[in-house]
Design a protein around this ligand. Structure first.
Ligand code: ADP
Length: 441
């Protein structure tokens, strides 16, 4: 970037006669015109620095906390890059007020280059940050291109920064002595501004996504609560009606009502658990728990379903004395989920093995089956919320894909770990749960 400037001529003749000979000139000429129209002082005697009050500065820094968080690391890097050159790097807000500055130039405060000083073009005339904001583009203001005499010993390279809506919300600037003008720096400055714009947009997108997710989580919790209330009444009345004498049709009707209401109640409980997990509100009521009895309780109610499919449900619970500090109800829920999945995803006459053993200071529970297996693409996602294998989601089995995500959370809350293995479709699945054993005391 070869910018020829004639210090003497510019200085003496002023903006009206500014010679426009390079692509940068129109931008500077426009800036001089705006500065003159605003009546900015230009002589050393007239020029004064404007500084906002401390509380005003503090408010601006708070209002621009996001911009500062994003920009400051880049400005620090830029300043370190210029360690061998006398410089100040700074960030201004949309009004041109310095929010942050860094550098090795000793006279920064005397030249209004520290936080609080105003560098809007309207107030200070053609200058890096102010003109970058006014023109909404990167700009180099080199030595005498500053309309005000006291700044003509400086070269300022600046670039505007934009909020996620694309509006200019500030600028970054590097000021060095006039001789230190260097085209490379403007390019780096412009690139840093571009990166800051992108980071601001990215942060905004993340905040919006989080808010959307939180709104969905709240909806999930509220809807589940709303659904549970009428269902409790349905189940309560069904139980009462059972005690009365009913004809065959009514009894069959009541069976259907109860079975479906129970199913729905289970789905709602899962939804409520998931919303608790998402909110980090799933709590345990911990006490010493003998794992063998928890496993037996979990499996008792599932035996019938397994038998109906003529499956072999084999238990190996030799490690009888294993005790964990945990929530018996939640552990039962987790284990019965694993076993009922094994039953559900294993065809008639298949085999399911439930084994408990001790591994060092942990209990290892293994639930394996000879069922439909899990393909390698789905396996890494098997514990994610609302995830089901393709076959399952196309209606082969019912379920929302919540059970395993709740199991994982319960195991995690107990300080344990869970993993899943399968050799592939049609080759069965194995789930392993490790739980820390309760200490002797
Ligand atoms: P769902 O209510 O759909 O069973 P889960 O979270 O319990 O939800 O399971 C998620 C998915 O993981 C299931 O839809 C199924 O595709 C797969 N899956 C779980 N357990 C097994 C298993 N023992 N064998 C094969 N696939 C399984």
């Amino acid at each position: 970037m070869a910018i020829k400037h004639t210090t003497g001529t510019l200085h003496e003749s002023g903006a009206a006669e500014l010679d426009i000979t390079t692509p940068l000139r129109p931008l500077i000429a426009e800036s001089w015109r705006r500065s003159q129209a605003a009546g900015v002082p230009t002589t050393a005697e007239q020029v004064t620095f404007h500084r906002v009050a401390d509380d005003d500065l503090q408010q601006r820094q708070e209002a621009n906390a996001n911009l500062m968080q994003v920009a400051i690391p880049h400005l620090k890097w830029f300043s370190a890059w210029l360690a061998n050159t006398s410089h100040i790097v700074y960030l201004v807000d949309g009004d041109g007020v310095i929010l942050f500055s860094i550098g090795n130039y000793d006279n920064a405060d005397a030249f209004g280059l520290t936080p609080g000083y105003v560098w809007s073009e309207r107030v200070m005339g053609t200058n890096g940050a102010g003109t970058a904001i006014a023109a909404d583009r990167p700009v180099a203001v080199m030595g005498p291109e500053h309309i005000s005499e006291p700044f003509q010993g400086f070269t300022c390279m600046a670039a505007p920064v934009h909020d996620p809506a694309g509006h200019v919300c500030g600028a970054i600037d590097v000021s060095t002595s006039a001789e230190d003008a260097n085209a490379e720096r403007l390019a780096v400055m412009a690139h840093i501004a571009f990166v800051i714009d992108n980071e601001l947009a990215h942060r905004r997108a993340e905040v919006m996504a989080t808010q959307r997710i939180q709104a969905k989580d709240r909806l999930l919790a509220e809807v589940s609560h709303e659904l549970r209330t009428p269902l409790t009444a349905i189940l309560g009345w069904a139980r009462l009606l059972r005690k009365t004498s009913l004809d065959d049709t009514s009894t069959r009707g009541l069976d259907v009502i109860e079975r479906n209401a129970f199913k729905q109640a289970q789905v709602i409980e899962d939804l409520l658990d998931v919303s608790r997990c998402l909110a980090g509100e799933l709590r345990l009521q911990c006490a010493p728990v003998a794992l063998v009895s928890v496993i037996k309780n979990s499996i008792d109610s599932l035996q019938q379903t397994s038998q109906a499919k003529r499956q072999t449900l084999n238990l190996e619970l030799d490690a009888k004395d294993l005790v964990v500090l945990g929530d018996a109800r939640r552990l039962e829920q987790a284990i019965s989920n694993l076993v009922s999945n094994a039953i559900k995803y294993t065809p008639e006459s298949g085999r399911i093995d439930v084994r408990l053993e001790r591994v060092d200071s942990q209990a290892l529970l293994t639930v394996s089956d000879t069922g439909i297996g899990i393909n390698s693409e789905f396996l890494p996602h098997i514990f994610d919320y609302f995830r089901r294998a393709n076959g399952a989601s196309t209606g082969r089995q019912d379920g929302l894909g919540l059970g395993l995500s709740i199991v994982r959370e319960i195991v995690k809350l107990h300080g344990g770990a869970i993993d899943a293995h399968s050799e592939g479709e049609g080759r069965g699945a194995t789930f392993r749960v490790l739980l820390p054993l309760a200490g002797r005391d």
